[in-house]
Ligand binder design. Structure first.
Ligand code: KG4
Ligand code: ZN
Length: 374
């Protein structure tokens, strides 16, 4: 940012995220330099119920939000004077959860007279890949990419709520190429883990269990869809359930929640490995088809399932391009990605009115490109 004397000073953005079950705040400088990254997770609380309970999530955000924001400022060694703008997740997510972060951001923007930028959570996941190691960061052990991805950029976004392929021509100028027609891939990981009796969150459990199993033990189907870039994971999940019911000698009416007790440890590992192989292959097949059709300069993966080592290995093996992956820690929900996207958004868009910014629980990236210029 250039002041009235022409001096260039770095731009520091405070990001705030509370769309699901993590309360997070972070400070990012100039759209790439990570100054702080605080995440208060509720995983332990929701694990007792086997999934996120919206009312409990909202209540936990209320307890955590102020200390998390204060810690993010402290860790970044920033006072409010140092912060140039606030970026907050306004969509999509659980309504009660989104409200907590958005109301905190609105209040702070008014109180400290800062511009406020509304950020789309799913789009922001992609921006974990824009946090780089161009200078030293607060956590030297974080393996950050050496440089930012080039445009045009193909993004495979794989989270608990979304599975989509998006082609970015520039910041804010993107096209949704395809998406899941039913379950998101992370949701399929979570549901299959539940069938197998593995702990929540299922993606992590399957990632840990699968390497001990035989990925070819069970023949599971890949869905066939009219569009080459669309996905479907509900059939795969059901195929695991049916195969598991058969394996323990029960018919299809046998309840899924009673299955895990009858499976042996070996069967559990083989199911985890076979499911993971087909899920990852499906993602990579589609990403490869989009890569061949659009010839992007960079490919990134984003969202919680991007933390899967098997997905990373298989994508790198199949695509004729070097991919620098974001650290696992920045793939799952965090506010650093919100602050990073906020930096680019602020260059092209006016700030929101802090007195009236509303949350939007459901809005697709097919509707949210903000700098198309066409
Ligand atoms: O992006 P995220 O943190 O939250 C949403 O915005 O949805 O994604 C959460 C999803 C969960 O379904 C979780 O099971 C999955 O990411 N996940 C993984 C791994 N770590 C988290 N899936 C596969 N492998 C992993 N290592
Ligand atoms: Zn997310």
């Amino acid at each position: 940012m250039r002041d009235k004397n022409g001096t260039i000073t770095p731009v520091k953005i405070l990001g705030i995220e509370s769309s699901c079950d993590e309360t997070a705040a972070a400070v990012v400088e100039d759209g790439f330099r990570l100054l702080s990254n605080v995440v208060a997770t509720q995983i332990d609380i929701h694990a007792q119920y086997g999934g996120v309970v919206p009312e409990i999530a909202a209540r936990s955000h209320i307890e955590a939000i102020n200390p998390v924001i204060e810690k993010a400022l402290r860790d970044a060694q920033c006072s409010w004077e140092d912060i140039d703008a606030i970026a907050v997740t306004y969509a999509p997510g659980l309504v009660g959860s989104l409200l907590v972060g958005t109301l905190a951001a609105r209040t702070l923007a008014i109180l400290h007279d800062k511009p406020l930028y509304p950020i789309h959570h799913v789009e922001a996941h992609v921006y974990a890949n824009f946090i780089t190691a161009q200078t030293e960061t607060l956590e030297p052990q974080l393996q950050l990419p050496s440089k930012q991805p080039d445009f045009p950029m193909l993004a495979l976004i794989v989270s608990g709520g979304h599975t989509q392929l998006v082609l970015f021509r520039e910041h804010g100028d993107y096209e949704l190429l395809g998406q899941t027609q039913d379950d998101a891939v992370g949701e399929a990981f979570d549901k299959v883990a539940k069938i197998l009796g593995l702990p929540y969150p299922g993606g992590v459990s399957i990632d840990l269990t699968a390497p001990e199993g035989d990925p070819n033990r069970y023949a599971l189907p890949k869905s066939k869809l009219a569009s080459p870039y669309d996905f479907s994971f509900s059939g795969l999940k059901t195929a695991v359930l049916r195969a598991a019911q058969r394996e323990v000698g029960k018919d299809f009416t046998f309840p899924s929640h009673e299955l895990s007790g009858l499976l042996t440890a070996k069967q559990r590992k083989d199911f985890a490995a076979s499911f993971q192989r087909v899920a990852v292959e499906t993602l990579v097949d589609k990403a490869e088809a989009a890569f061949r059709a659009y010839q992007p300069s960079a490919v990134v993966i984003a969202g919680g399932v991007a933390a899967s080592q098997r997905l990373r290995d298989e994508l790198s093996a199949r695509l004729p391009i070097t991919i620098e992956y974001a650290p696992m820690k920045l793939c799952t929900d965090n506010a650093a990605m919100i602050a990073t996207l906020g930096y680019y958004y602020a260059q092209k868009r006016a700030a929101a009115d802090p007195y009236s910014l509303e949350v939007v629980p459901s809005i697709s990236m097919a509707q949210t490109a903000w700098a198309t210029g066409r």
